[in-house]
Design a protein around this ligand. Structure first.
Ligand SMILES: [Zn+2]
Length: 330
């Protein structure tokens, strides 16, 4: 989906302002380095810049998004806008040489050319050296945009020739939106985005059926806390332990339980926007109504203590969970 300035300004206000101001003053650099985590909008921003530079009827700093050039850039078919990226794990010298050849010809349709290098940190050493030469002798009218998630891996000599624009990490809510765009259901996206701030980790987690099952089990876990002790112990041995066998899995399970308790606090405070188990609102509202706030807070403290014990002692996970559920039991 094509990005507009309004969207970029919302996600990356500093980057948007710097690029807009450069466009207004006609001072676009010959080389940019966009650095930041995946999902922060680097590629979309580079294409927005490309469209504005090549658009046939721009409006101020905005491309029209409708002309032939805007459309060809969106579909990757503009002869003067080239995008390259890793080919089988790395960006090879031949790819950079191909770019150089393309750019030594005059521009096909105007006096401008632009190239975008995705995952620029994955250039082989010889590719990086070729690119460096290319950056050192810029052709007039040429704009380079390098994109990277790991800019400390790039040659310093390359970085120093670029204007570096840093894309800030996404907030959990923004990350969840990115996951939803990758077809992750919202309830899983919200939880995954709170468990990690890495787009890739969150996506892998949310796409793992283990995670969806873990979420279901944690909801049952809370429900079982109101049942007789024998049923509760049977549930944890029969259902919980087999699923949260490894300690890192249990750690994640405890996080999921902690978020459930936090949701109850949010509901009691009327802060529905903060609720992560959003699709379970009816149930959660019943639970929130039935549980005094001090018990919720005490429950969260007990879960945090269990997490600490899990990560700092050799206590068996079975014993740890048994102790915890007896503390949490209503
Ligand atoms: Zn246009």
């Amino acid at each position: 989906m094509a990005m507009r300035w309004e969207q970029l300004a919302k996600r990356q206000p500093v980057v948007a302002k710097m690029l807009q101001s450069a466009l207004e003053k006609g001072r676009i650099s010959h080389a940019y380095l966009f650095e930041g985590q995946r999902g922060t909008g680097k590629k979309a921003a580079s294409l927005l810049l490309a469209k504005r530079l090549f658009c046939l009827s721009p409006i101020g700093v905005s491309p029209c998004l409708e002309c032939r050039n805007c459309r060809r850039i969106d579909s990757g078919n503009h002869p003067d806008v080239r995008v390259i990226g890793p080919d089988g794990g790395s960006i090879k010298k031949e790819q950079i040489e191909w770019l150089q050849q393309e750019f030594s010809k005059t521009a096909v349709e105007s006096d401008k050319k632009m190239y975008i290098v995705e995952y620029a940190d994955q250039m082989t050493t010889s590719a990086a050296n070729s690119l460096l030469k290319f950056l050192e002798e810029p052709h007039p009218g040429t704009v380079a945009v390098l994109l990277t998630e790991q800019y400390h891996r790039l040659l310093e000599t390359i970085v120093s020739r670029c204007q570096v624009l840093s894309f800030r990490p996404l907030s959990p809510v923004e990350l969840a939106q990115e996951l939803v765009e990758e077809h992750v259901p919202l309830p899983l996206a919200l939880l995954a985005a709170h468990l990690t701030n890495s787009f890739e980790e969150a996506l892998a987690l949310a796409q793992d059926s283990w995670f969806a099952e873990a979420r279901t089990l944690v909801l049952q876990w809370y429900e079982m806390l109101g049942k007789p002790k024998l049923h509760l112990l049977f549930f944890i041995h029969d259902r919980l332990f087999p699923h949260f066998l490894e300690s890192h899995q249990l750690d994640l399970g405890l996080d999921l339980l902690l978020y459930l308790y936090r949701d109850l606090l949010h509901i009691q405070a009327g802060q529905m926007d903060g609720v992560l188990y959003r699709d379970q609102l009816d149930r959660l509202q019943r639970w929130a109504l039935a549980c005094p706030q001090r018990r919720i807070v005490a429950g969260m403290e007990a879960i945090l203590q269990a997490k600490t014990r899990l990560n700092t002692t050799n206590m068996s996970t079975a014993l740890l969970v048994e102790q915890l559920v007896l503390q949490l039991k209503r």
